[in-house]
Design a protein around this ligand. Structure first.
Ligand code: PLP
Length: 357
């Protein structure tokens, strides 16, 4: 099947095959990775290699810590302010859709939180221009969501926050394109789209931002504590880290970030070009802000939605139903979605249009 799920999402088949092969006996250890102590030499090597490969792929500078945590991106909505807002007590949030709005609401529990810009008046169909942002020079950080998984809106530029650390929720686009980590103070992402299974949250944080946690911060969610303990202050999500390591190796072996980005751009172009040429389907997002990862679209008549989904399912294309809050359809086309999957979808959409248009 071609699985268009927004997450947990499709993973590279060679990775899953390798994991299946190693399931009962990881490289002669006599153990499954699931059974290994996180402090044993076998798992320590898996953990270290996963971190090293991530550092290599994203060219993460040496003054950044990479943390493997739990709690997901929704957990980070609280963990980020708990760790960072203490410097000045204030933070700026840019609202571009459901996920950044959720982050903003949670952050309000921990300090004074300002909406620096919002695209709500355009129903979140565009990223607000930087010139219109009202940034607070005394903010501890500026928060964005680089890719809104529900609305299909993505930053294709990096905001200039005039020295205030930029924090990004990259849950649905990390590892999908080249990235200049040095422009960010902190990046966080749930692993379950481009990187691996759910249960693992990756945090990339500049060292100088550590050490300002509010006293209420649980020790397991204190970045400094985790950084000092190599993400082993509590038991990390070991199996998810192992699978992520395999995914990262796969990305490296297939050409690294430039190749991944080119592949993703080509796939998204196929789908958007088709949508733009059709009056039967509609994607309302401003062209320059469209997501390369999540492509929401609506049929001319919502009464046809059910038939569309049924026909797709019959052709092996699953998980195309849009988010319950917005309806319509959504094709999530993460790294592991092959071009053939998008071609099959476009072909089906053409046929459906000619039957019902
Ligand atoms: N942020 C973004 C951009 C997401 O896409 C998601 C999940 O789909 C989340 C946050 C929530 O992540 P989690 O369920 O891992 O907490």
């Amino acid at each position: 099947v071609f699985n268009f799920s927004p997450g947990p999402a499709t993973l590279p088949e060679p990775v899953l095959r390798q994991a299946a092969q190693e399931m009962l006996d990881w490289r002669g250890s006599g153990m499954s990775v699931m059974e290994m102590s996180h402090r044993g030499k076998e798992f320590m090597s898996i953990h270290a290699e996963a971190e090293a490969t991530l550092r290599e792929l994203l060219a993460i500078p040496a003054n950044y810590k990479v943390l493997f945590m739990q709690g997901g991106a929704i957990g980070e909505n609280a963990i980020v302010p708990m760790n960072l807002i203490g410097r000045t007590g204030r933070a700026d949030y840019v609202l571009t859709g459901d996920w950044s709005k959720k982050s903003y609401k949670e952050a309000r529990n921990f300090g004074t939180v300002n909406v620096a810009a919002t695209a709500e008046s355009s129903k979140f169909t565009a990223i607000p221009e930087q010139a219109a942002w009202k940034l607070d020079p005394g903010a501890s950080y500026v928060h964005i969501c680089s890719n809104e998984t529900i609305g299909g809106v993505q930053f294709h530029w990096t905001p200039d926050t005039a020295g205030v650390p930029l924090v990004a929720d990259m849950s649905s686009d990390i590892l999908s394109r080249a990235l200049d980590v040095s422009k960010y103070g902190l990046i966080y992402a749930g692993a379950q789209k481009n990187m691996g299974p759910s249960g693992l949250t990756v945090v990339i944080v500049r060292e100088d931002l550590l050490g300002h946690a509010l006293p209420v911060t649980p020790s397991a969610f204190n970045y400094k504590t985790q950084a000092e303990n190599d993400s082993m202050y509590n038991t990390p999500p070991t199996y998810a880290i192992y699978i992520m390591g395999l995914v990262l190796q796969h990305v490296k072996a297939t050409g690294g970030m430039p190749a991944v980005e080119e592949h993703n751009r080509a796939k998204a172009r196929l789908l958007y070009d088709f949508l733009d040429g059709s009056s039967f389907y509609r994607n309302p997002v401003a062209k320059e802000d469209r997501s390369l990862m999540n492509v929401p679209f609506w049929l001319k008549d919502a009464a046809l939605d059910e038939a569309f989904l049924k026909g797709a399912q019959a052709r092996g294309m699953i998980q195309l139903k849009g988010h319950r809050s917005v309806g319509g359809m959504r094709a999530s086309i993460y790294n592991a979605m092959p071009t053939e999957g998008v071609q099959a979808l476009v072909q089906y959409m053409k046929e459906f249009e000619s039957q019902h248009g």
